[in-house]
Design a protein around this ligand. Structure first.
Ligand SMILES: Cc1cc2nc3c(=O)[nH]c(=O)nc-3n(C[C@H](O)[C@H](O)[C@H](O)COP(=O)(O)OP(=O)(O)OC[C@H]3O[C@@H](n4cnc5c(N)ncnc54)[C@H](O)[C@@H]3O)c2cc1C
Length: 379
């Protein structure tokens, strides 16, 4: 057994840490939290530094990185910047799906575009009536002479308002199971008939999550990714990558909260000494550090299993649910350790608390992860 990262993975981590130190200052995060606007410069800088494309296929300007690299990048990015984390998340999933399912022409255009930063994507699966039950999607794509006509509504599509394309899951066969009648369609954001409305979130409004109305939106036949009615299996693969990515991001965000709390208790003095000297405080920090270590181990062992080609559906869900609940617990502890200071908007902890809540839903809720784990136990 070997729990060490390779030299290349260590170098990758150093590169991402250096990038974040240069491009993701805490003040920038706080500014975007208060005055949200799409961080286009940060997006382009991530592409130029090879971070956005690192886990996309090397044949299309990506770095060819695997699932462990994916976790290394997402952990470090989330430790510094939720804006960067959200950009990486949606573009990474879309790029991975196009890399897996796309035609040569689609890969040349879109995977290269995502890696280079010139093409931005958003991923639209969830609908008003289809959240955890993704198979209930209703948005329809009807074949006509030279393409598809789309009608329906998507909800929470992150990055849609500033994307060039929206990778849209649609029913192309209305009869029968969604698993046999779902297609993935690449819809240009500027398409006639598309209305995109940003939703007012409690955090992360710079990368807006949107409601999208599709009214007679026409796309060409070659907008279909991976074949008509073949989208479901790719959605399942994408879902696994999403969960792993969320788990790694939780580790990074939890570390940020832990570091903020540790620094504070070492400097804040009460009763004539730093509060870090009180054993009650030390125990809280010991528990937080232990939880983070366990979150990391579950996440990276799931990533390692996937990289070895081993089945890891259960392990990915275990990592995701443990990390999502873990980061929320750790940030809430951070709120306590900072005392009243945590309650002020000038302190990053309160932003981290709002940001950490997303992990409870993104990539599927904790209840859904437990359902997956229970199923794998034969229940
Ligand atoms: C900020 C944000 C960004 C998002 N970005 C995107 C995006 O870019 N693209 C996209 O497609 N989606 C996105 N989503 C949607 C996200 O994937 C969904 O929120 C998630 O799948 C859960 O769906 P829901 O919110 O409709 O909850 P629901 O499915 O309505 O669930 C409500 C509650 O019931 C529970 N529940 C539901 N079914 C079961 C069950 N079978 N067993 C036990 N409990 C159950 C849930 O766990 C939850 O507690 C985003 C969401 C948020 C908040």
């Amino acid at each position: 057994m070997n729990f060490h990262f390779s030299k290349e993975q260590e170098a990758l981590r150093d590169r991402v840490v250096a990038f974040c130190a240069a491009h993701c200052p805490t003040e920038g995060e706080a500014r975007r939290d208060r005055h949200p606007a799409y961080p286009a410069e940060l997006h382009q800088a991530m592409a130029t530094a090879g971070i956005l494309g690192h886990c996309l296929p090397a044949a299309y300007d990506g770095g060819g990185g695997g699932t462990v690299d994916l976790c290394v990048i997402n952990e470090e990015v989330a430790r510094h910047s939720t804006s960067a984390s959200n950009i990486l998340f949606v573009n990474g999933i879309c790029g991975a799906l196009i890399g897996l399912a796309g035609s040569e022409e689609q890969k040349q255009r879109y995977v290269r575009g995502i890696a280079g930063g010139g093409v931005r994507f958003a991923f639209a699966l969830t609908e008003p009536g289809a959240g955890s039950d993704a198979a209930a999607i209703q948005l329809g794509a009807v074949r006509d002479t030279d393409g598809y006509l789309l009608n329906g509504t998507k909800l929470y599509t992150t990055g849609a308002a500033d994307a060039d394309f929206i990778l849209t899951a649609a029913r192309t066969a209305t009869e029968g199971k969604a698993s046999r009648g779902t297609s993935l369609l690449i819809v240009p954001r500027q398409s006639a008939g598309l209305t995109i409305t940003p939703l007012d979130k409690i955090a992360g409004n710079d990368v807006a999550s949107c409601r999208i109305e599709y009214r007679d939106v026409r796309v060409a036949r070659d907008a279909c990714l991976g074949g008509e009615n073949q989208g479901w299996s790719f959605l399942m693969l994408g879902g696994g990558l999403e969960r792993l990515t969320v788990a790694a991001s939780c580790v990074g965000l939890a570390r940020a909260a832990f570091e903020e709390a540790l620094a504070y208790v070492n400097t804040r003095e009460q009763f004539g000494q730093p509060v870090a000297r009180f054993q009650a405080i030390q125990h809280q920090l010991a528990d937080m550090a232990t939880r983070i270590e366990a979150m990391r181990l579950l996440t990276y062992s799931a990533a390692w299993k996937i990289a070895q080609g081993l089945p890891a559906i259960k392990e990915v869900s275990m990592a995701k649910v443990f990390a999502a609940e873990g980061v929320n617990e750790i940030v809430m502890n951070g709120m306590r350790l900072l005392g009243a200071k945590a309650y002020l908007n000038e302190t990053p902890m309160q932003r981290r608390m709002r940001e950490s809540l997303l992990a409870l839903y993104a990539g599927g809720t904790c209840e859904i992860q437990r359902n997956v784990i229970a199923r794998s136990l034969g229940l």
